[in-house]
Design a binder for this molecule. Structure first.
Ligand code: HEM
Length: 123
């Protein structure tokens, strides 16, 4: 997430000048060992509602941002993805087909640098 700094201020002791662009790295927040146990392990249950919608974790899990600029499509896309997966999962085997290590690059969104390949086959 990106914000323009509208006045001189400090954040966590770091001086920020008016006019600076501040990037809030959601990827890093989601992998911060101060917040998450084994942050690089694939443990999707850590993001279940009961684990993230707590007072303590409120702004540690930000797939849709947070605060006044929170994603307006959040409820829509969460309904959409459940409908889509309910259609796909009973019909297809899904396997990771990415060769080599997954590398990322940042732009407007975080992307897989060399693509993220998935092999679908009928069940
Ligand atoms: C998996 C899908 C999606 C993800 C991960 C996502 C994520 C985000 C995030 C992180 C932000 C906050 C950006 C910021 O604070 O700078 C945002 C904002 C926004 N999203 Fe999404 N989004 C998704 C899908 C959608 C969809 C489907 C719609 C519309 C139907 C939508 C509409 C918006 C709008 C309008 C904003 C700007 C809200 C504002 O600035 O007041 N998003 N989204």
């Amino acid at each position: 997430m990106v914000r323009d700094c509208i006045a001189d201020t400090k954040f966590a002791g770091i001086p920020l000048k008016k006019g600076m662009t501040v990037t809030i790295p959601i990827y890093a927040i989601h992998r911060n060992p101060d917040f998450w146990d084994q942050p690089n392990a694939f443990m999707p249950d850590r993001f279940l509602d009961q684990n993230v919608f707590t007072k303590e974790n409120r702004f540690r899990y930000l797939p849709f941002g947070g605060g006044v600029r929170v994603c307006l499509g959040q409820a829509f896309v969460m309904a959409e993805v459940v409908i889509m997966l309910a259609q796909i999962i009973p019909k297809l085997n899904i396997q990771d087909a990415t060769e080599g290590d997954l590398k990322f690059e940042t732009g407007a969104t975080l992307r897989a640098k060399n693509g993220l390949f998935v092999r679908f086959s009928p069940i």
